[in-house]
Design a protein around this ligand. Structure first.
Ligand code: UDP
Length: 439
């Protein structure tokens, strides 16, 4: 058997590019040849953070079909442009790669969700494929159940919940509010896209998940395709980053006492409105302890405002933090997070207690895992106007920091989770099984 040559194609947003880059890293370490395909737009804006790893991985680009002025935050526009423009370009690219070296032909394609069309391209060329799902296995299980949910009348044929209720897609999986299904709020066009996408993704033999059996045991009963290979963070670095990381915060963290700093970050989407922003800023001020607050670079106006808010001598505000390094820094005592899946896994691997502030969709289920299943964090409650008040934030932080059981469970969960990627760990074995298959 030869060396497998895998072509990895992420949907071009940070929550997809990062985990797929980490998978590239893991596969390259196991001796695979990797070609990583980015959109031209993303490649231009990516910052290489780890040249050593980059040299083992070949980067190629294709245009996404949008113009320079188009708004790539508009997922509908981006998805349909990609699906229309990229398939013929990818077919040609694979022919060109294969013609270059007959001993190093592409043996397998790995995509993230929304890029199922690339599995079809591969299928037509006789190349097998797989999916890397960038969120929890539970959210994948939910999407996999979409036709059943329509048949059972839980959602209508356009994806809207028929009534307000909480359901379990499988026994032992936390309850999901039907309003928080992954497709809710996206509109019927994207609902039908996801329905079709889930079918297309069946061309992928494996649905790799950045998780472990013990984190979400019940999700794996849904389908034999699911293969946990997480946590995908063998290195602390994001190998490439779509935003310039502000590493000055690491030097600042070095100067803070152990277990003293609150880390606040809500991922890559601007999620917080002006009033809520103000409550958070005032709470950080009240708490009177060091904090590191990542405010997304897209939130420039809030970033400027923030500098005027909590007393700058106590905290540090950055645009884009090197999050994995931050979460592994001994100065960090708690993570105030929106509970995106990547942030959730990274927090688990850092062994830090969570203060959960979910905003939408799967973030609520991730919060249930954190607070109710793993018991390594607390949730924030809204007042009758839907606002999380400064007093609530302050009280919950204090409660969390005083809870020795949560701290102990966070450390234990970290150890259990990291065991999966040690030699002979479950995820390591699954990855080896996958590589054998890719050969
Ligand atoms: N991230 C980062 N610096 C920041 C904020 C976020 O590097 O200041 C990274 C974080 O490490 C994670 C990703 O951005 O890998 C966010 O993914 P997640 O699934 O948590 O949330 P999303 O952005 O998809 O809502």
């Amino acid at each position: 058997m030869g060396i497998p040559h895998l072509l990895l194609i992420p949907y071009p947003t940070v929550g997809h590019v990062n985990p797929l880059m980490h998978l590239s890293h893991a596969l390259a370490k196991h001796g695979c040849n990797i070609t990583f395909l980015n959109t031209e737009f993303n490649h231009k804006h990516a910052h290489a953070a780890d040249a050593a790893v980059g040299s083992q991985i070949k980067f190629l680009t294709l245009p996404d079909g949008l113009g320079p002025q188009d708004d790539r935050r508009d997922n509908r526009k981006l998805i349909f442009s990609i699906k229309t423009h990229m398939p013929p370009l990818l077919t040609k690219l694979i022919h060109d790669i294969n013609a270059l070296d007959v001993h190093n032909n592409i043996t397998c394609i790995i995509v993230t969700v929304n890029m199922g069309w690339a599995l079809e391209v591969g299928y037509n060329l006789g190349i097998k494929g797989s999916l890397l799902w960038p969120a929890s296995a539970t959210s994948l299980a939910t999407c996999d159940c979409m036709p059943r949910l329509v048949d059972d009348g839980i959602i209508d044929s356009d994806g809207n919940p028929t009534k307000k209720q909480q359901i379990k897609v499988s026994p032992n999986i936390p309850m999901i509010d039907t309003a928080n299904f992954p497709w809710c709020g996206l509109g019927e066009v994207l609902f039908h896209h996801i329905m079709q996408e889930m079918q297309t993704l069946r061309l992928g033999e494996w649905w790799l998940c950045n998780t472990t059996y013990h984190l979400e045991p019940a999700a794996f009963s849904i389908s034999p395709r699911f293969l946990p290979i997480g946590p995908l963070m063998a290195s602390d670095n994001n190998i490439i980053s779509l935003w310039q990381e502000d590493t000055t915060c690491l030097e600042w963290l070095d100067k803070q006492p152990h277990q003293s700093v609150l880390y606040v970050a809500f991922g890559s989407s601007p999620l917080i409105d002006h009033n809520q922003f103000k409550e958070l800023a005032l709470a950080l001020d009240f708490l009177n302890r060091p904090f590191l607050w990542g405010i997304h670079p897209r939130n420039d106006n809030k970033l400027n405002n923030a500098c005027a808010y909590p007393d700058g001598s106590k905290g540090k505000i950055v645009g884009w933090a090197p999050q994995k390094k931050v979460l592994n820094h001994p100065a960090i005592v708690c993570f105030i997070t929106h509970c995106g899946w990547n942030s959730t896994i990274e927090g688990v691997c850092g062994g830090v207690p969570f203060l959960c502030w979910p905003f939408l969709k799967d973030q609520f289920v991730n919060k249930s895992y954190i607070c109710d299943v793993w018991k390594v964090g607390l949730g924030l409650d809204k007042d009758e106007n839907g606002l999380i008040l400064k007093e609530e934030i302050k009280n919950k932080v204090e409660q969390l920091l005083g809870d020795e059981d949560i701290k102990a469970r966070s450390q234990k969960l970290k150890e259990l989770t990291l065991k999966n990627i040690a030699k002979d760990g479950h995820s390591t074995k699954n990855l080896e099984r996958f590589i054998d298959w890719a050969k």
